[in-house]
Design a protein around this ligand. Structure first.
Ligand SMILES: [Zn+2]
Ligand SMILES: [Zn+2]
Length: 541
């Protein structure tokens, strides 16, 4: 029995029967069909519904790098999908070949990787809605296709995965499998964009690669990350070198964080069989971590290329042992286990911290309790579509929850920060930006500076991004009561700002001014690195 429901204007969710009928008979409401199935061929409609359809290919895009076996085809990289697989195909089909149909390949299984399909599917849905209407379907119309529609509602209406599911259920039946719900949760945590540089995605990718290996015991060298030792890039944070020969092995960005002594349980919903007997805890979480877990990198290739499941990792230059790998996971001394594990031993590597090495040491000396300082984030949104969320900074700021009250530092440093934040708000206001105070989404307080009107700022809203052209950067805004003075200064200074400048560069200036006037001077270069604003621009402000 055919079934499809109108979910939003020009957006329908249905099963395979509905898709077959619509494609066969034509439709005045629907121009695009998104198929999320384990069978990408158009013959699926003939096999299941006895509906024979013509189709004409527009293009096919594959996963992986351009290698000999795949020559002449289009590729998309960076995903955790198996190399060589079809990523999506696009064609004309249905009555008079009037429909545009995109197919992505997916089983309705917990372990299926939807996350790497979400962005292309959502863009296709957008295109379809703009033209006439789009039907999203899988087999039953409840798990695979429903998950894509949920992701779409999340992105367009800024809903949590739970809210989007509830909203969809008011119009249609939907019951995504637990693995898909997990991925929708990750999608939410990445701000509705599959951000391949985020720690969340990196961890997901590691698990997905581990799962692929556990299925066919074949190691896929295409999935290794670029070797930092032969790259022109430099880490803006820390670099790990071989202790013996100083060869660069790793950037901080490639480290997979683990929580001391805690079980690796984030993906239990998705990869049940892979996790196995992880939760026995042979370590003591009081123990220091003697190792770090990292993404699999290109220089590890030779150790893994015989499809062995475990082995040692050697420095590619001097061959000294620097760590080990185990596709079925291994433990850190603190008791944490990560599956799969690519592990460097801390006593075999040197850590070079790029920025604040010397300064941190000095700070620790001062801080008798050796307590980590609260961090303050200046978060800058460039996107004017967030207008409804904007509000001026309110007067009732309280930093009590932040734990920022440090008895070792002068009188009432919180007060200084409040004044500093207020001043930033005032300054932003004068410069056509809106400031927003928030500490809900993070453990520490942050301020958001938004551009108030389209076209303000020297960066424009990205073309496909009706949401989020956002950059964040962190700064320890020294907590001494000097900040009060600094903040006042920054307000005076703000008179001179040019309103055509981007919020990022203004924020950079604010940090600079405040930190220059506080005890804890930050180097201009560091601020430039943190904010991406040229030193000269900051200096000349
Ligand atoms: Zn550890
Ligand atoms: Zn070495």
């Amino acid at each position: 029995m055919q079934k499809f429901d109108l979910v939003r204007e020009n957006l329908y969710l249905g099963d395979i029967c509905a898709a077959a009928e619509i494609l066969k008979n034509g439709s005045s409401e629907i121009s695009h069909v998104l198929t999320v199935l384990h069978c990408p061929s158009i013959s699926v409609f003939e096999e299941w519904r006895n509906v024979k359809l013509d189709s004409k290919e527009i293009k096919e895009v594959y996963v992986g790098d351009d290698q000999d076996s795949l020559q002449g085809k289009e590729f998309a990289t960076e995903s955790a999908l198996p190399s060589g697989n079809l990523l999506y195909s696009l064609g004309h089909t249905g009555k008079d070949l009037k429909f545009t149909r995109m197919v992505v390949f997916a089983y309705d299984q917990e372990w299926e990787n939807l996350l790497d399909l979400i962005d292309i599917c959502l863009d296709f849905i957008d295109a379809g809605r703009k033209e006439k209407g789009v039907l999203v379907h899988c087999f039953a119309g409840q798990s695979r296709s429903a998950s894509m529609v949920i992701a779409y509602l999340m992105r367009t209406e800024k809903l949590s995965s739970e809210e989007a599911l509830v909203s969809l259920r008011q119009r249609a039946q939907a019951s995504p499998n637990p693995g898909f719900l997990k991925q929708l949760d990750l999608f939410e945590r990445m701000n509705f964009k599959v951000d391949r540089s985020s720690p969340i995605y990196k961890y997901f990718r590691l698990k997905a690669l581990g799962y692929l290996f556990s299925k066919d015991k074949k190691f896929d060298r295409l999935k290794l990350r670029a070797d930092p030792g032969i790259s022109n890039e430099r880490s803006s944070r820390s670099t790990y070198e071989c202790k013996k020969c100083k060869r660069v092995l790793l950037f901080q960005e490639q480290v997979i964080d683990h929580t001391r002594g805690e079980a690796d349980s984030e993906f239990d919903d998705m990869f049940k069989n892979m996790i196995g007997e992880v939760h026995k805890n042979p370590g003591d979480h009081q123990n220091q971590c003697t190792s770090i877990f990292v993404e699999p990198l290109n220089w590890m290739n030779s150790a893994m290329e015989n499809d062995v499941s475990e082995g040692k990792l050697s420095c590619p230059k001097c061959q000294a042992k620097v760590g080990s790998f185990d596709w079925s996971g291994s433990y850190c001394s603190c008791g944490s286990k990560i599956v799969p594990a690519f592990q460097l031993q801390m006593n075999r590597v040197d850590v070079i911290t790029v920025n604040h090495d010397a300064k941190k040491k000095r700070k620790n000396k001062h801080d008798k309790n050796n307590r980590p300082e609260a961090q303050y984030v200046l978060s800058v949104d460039l996107c004017s579509s967030l207008t409804p969320l904007m509000r001026p900074l309110s007067g009732e700021l309280s930093l009590n929850e932040s734990g920022g009250n440090d008895p070792n530092r002068g009188s009432n440093p919180d007060r200084g920060l409040i004044v500093a934040f207020k001043s930033i708000a005032t300054m932003a206001d004068r410069n056509m930006f809106c400031c927003e105070w928030s500490h809900k989404e993070r453990d520490w307080p942050c301020i958001r500076v938004h551009s108030r009107t389209v076209g303000v700022g020297n960066r424009t809203v990205s073309s496909n991004g009706d949401y989020h052209a956002e950059r964040r950067f962190c700064s320890n805004l020294g907590m001494s009561n000097q900040t009060v003075k600094a903040a006042q200064k920054s307000v005076q200074k703000s008179e001179e700002f040019d309103i055509r400048r981007s919020p990022i560069s203004i924020a950079a200036d604010v940090i600079y001014i405040i930190t220059q006037l506080s005890d804890d001077k930050k180097l201009l270069r560091d601020i430039s690195v943190a904010t991406g604003v040229a030193e000269d621009t900051i200096r000349n402000s």
